[in-house]
Design a protein around this ligand. Sequence first.
Ligand code: HEC
Length: 128
Amino acid sequence: MSRFGIQPLVRALLLLAALQASVAFADDFSDPGRRIFESRCSTCHGGTVPADSAIGPNLKGVLGRKAGTADSGAHSRAAIESDTVWTRSSLRRYLSDPGREMPGTLMPVRLADPRQLDDLLNYLETLR
Ligand code: HEC
């Protein structure tokens, strides 16, 4: 089995986790970006998940960081080998359709609404 032969299974598990994430608890945070993060992202990217058991890379300091270089979570070969540096505009493109922007990425969640993307990016900028 190649080093990346496990990816179809990982992908299936990620899709299941994504479904669970979308029905996660409703909360009362007043920051709309934080609300989106807590309900759609934190299952995999931290928040309540300890960093060393997170499925997705930690998003603290993601702005300015090169894709696939976080010290926690799963990384695909697509992310590791990509030249992408995360800025507001590269994140906007990636988050609106990860598979189109980075074919082979393991990131299963898409956020198409431009207003929600703005709110979420404002929140991601505060994660330092
Ligand atoms: C089901 C788990 C899961 C959920 C839910 C999820 N992600 Fe991800 N995310 C991942 C995985 C796994 C990766 C690693 C992708 C790769 O290496 O190809 C990733 C990668 C990323 C990256 C690139 C990180 C880096 O360091 O290269 C960003 C940014 C990101 N996700 C943001 C989000 C946001 C914002 C949300 C919510 C809207 C979200 N993710 C929801 C699993 C998830």
